[in-house]
Design a binder for this molecule. Structure first.
Ligand SMILES: CC(C)(COP(=O)(O)OP(=O)(O)OC[C@H]1O[C@@H](n2cnc3c(N)ncnc32)[C@H](O)[C@@H]1OP(=O)(O)O)[C@@H](O)C(=O)NCCC(=O)NCCS
Length: 158
């Protein structure tokens, strides 16, 4: 399966906005994220495609894209979703590995890549942990914060 992270275009916007994780407590609709990105220069977003079909969406908060960037880079996974019928097929893992590789390439001095997720029965925490993210014990509002140590080689933690 060929997994790619193309830019969202005028031609693909509709298809990307139709993708639905069916997990409204865990991730905002893609149309909302893309609208939000319009107001946030630090938003970096891509579609997730598998074999030429749209299957998901990713948005980062990359503070180096701000008009007043901080001295040290800081990158957070802001939104991440795979379309419900395409979940549990390895696509989320494959695409996040591409995202991590891209973050490493664009920010070679970045030490950690940060995400957060809601606790609860449908929480994706185990998904992130399987990719090497570790819970810090801190919270961002109601969400658990997890970090990936980019100073270590990429790969599955367990
Ligand atoms: C979380 C999500 C992106 C994972 O994508 P996916 O394509 O289903 O994940 P994969 O098939 O690549 O799964 C990779 C591993 O994570 C595990 N996993 C996937 N989703 C999981 C979940 N919700 N809870 C626990 N484990 C999960 C899988 O079992 C798999 O482990 P394995 O290889 O040992 O079997 C997807 O389920 C999703 O969009 N969920 C709803 C929205 C959401 O929660 N987004 C995250 C917001 S913080």
């Amino acid at each position: 399966m060929k997994v790619e992270l193309p830019e969202v275009t005028a031609q693909t916007l509709g298809a990307v906005c139709k993708l639905d994780a069916e997990a409204n407590d865990y991730v905002a609709p893609n149309v909302y994220s893309i609208a939000q990105a319009y107001f946030h220069p630090e938003a970096w977003f891509r579609a997730i495609y598998a074999d030429g079909e749209p299957v998901g969406f990713v948005m980062l908060e990359d503070r180096s894209l701000r008009t007043d960037p901080p001295p040290e880079p800081c990158v957070l996974l802001w939104r991440y979703m795979v379309h419900k019928p395409r979940q549990r097929q390895g696509l989320g893992r494959a695409a996040l590995q591409l995202v991590i590789a891209d973050v490493r390439r664009r920010h070679p001095t970045l030490k950690t890549f940060i995400t957060s997720c809601m606790p609860g029965p449908q929480s994706p925490r185990a998904f992130y942990e399987s990719l090497g993210f570790v819970a810090t014990g801190e919270k961002d509002e109601d969400e658990d914060i997890l970090v990936l140590d980019l100073t270590q080689p990429s790969g599955r933690a367990r």
